[in-house]
Design a protein around this ligand. Structure first.
Ligand SMILES: C[S@@+](CC[C@H](N)C(=O)[O-])C[C@H]1O[C@@H](n2cnc3c(N)ncnc32)[C@H](O)[C@@H]1O
Length: 172
């Protein structure tokens, strides 16, 4: 189904969450043979972090945000949370996160896709250099960059009447 002007914000939220869960499940399978931590760029309320935690029980998961909004049960230990603007924390984090990440989930969007475009490009440029070979970047915005191969997202089964939520998938 294609998006229509009559779709409610609730329906769009349902599409987003169903898409995120499906893509995180798919990506976990896809990177199962690649060593490395997982990065959650945009910890927010910790919803997708809590799903990643379940998918990757044995891996380090590092989370990034301006500040902590997530409840204690849905966020990493303080030493795995890097606070500040992504433009500063992402270039600086590699002294701590030594291994190249196998999976990066970048959920950075606001209500203005236009305003998010430059930040999304920045995330793509950093991850083109830092992802593990074969690693996956899932982005809620266009994060295209030389060095990242765009992949067709897997099909997501959505509830009747709910349209697809656009997500961008890349492999290094
Ligand atoms: C869409 S929310 C993340 C939702 C989260 N993944 C979840 O499932 O609950 C985006 C988050 O990115 C953070 N954010 C946006 N731009 C940022 C920036 N430049 N630096 C640091 N954090 C930023 C916001 O504070 C917000 O918490």
């Amino acid at each position: 189904m294609t998006r229509t002007a009559t779709e409610s914000r609730l329906e769009r939220m349902i599409a987003r969450l169903v898409t995120q869960r499906a893509l995180l499940d798919w990506a976990a399978e896809r990177v199962s043979g690649i060593d490395g931590p997982v990065l959650e760029i945009g910890l927010g309320k910790g919803r997708t972090y809590s799903h990643l935690r379940r998918l990757f029980p044995g891996r380090d998961i590092w989370a990034f945000d301006y500040e902590v909004h997530a409840p204690a049960h849905s966020r990493p230990a303080p030493e795995r949370i890097l606070l500040g603007d992504f433009r500063e924390t992402l270039p600086a984090c590699w002294a701590e996160i030594e291994a190249p990440p196998a999976l990066v989930h970048a959920d950075i969007g606001t209500e203005s896709r236009r305003a998010d475009a430059a930040l999304a490009r920045f995330v793509g440029i950093v991850m083109a250099q830092r992802l593990a070979p074969g690693g996956i970047l899932l982005g809620d915005r266009d994060m295209s960059s030389p060095g990242l191969v765009p992949l067709d997202p897997p099909a997501v089964a959505l509830p009747e009447g709910v349209s697809a939520w656009p997500y961008c998938v890349y492999r290094r």
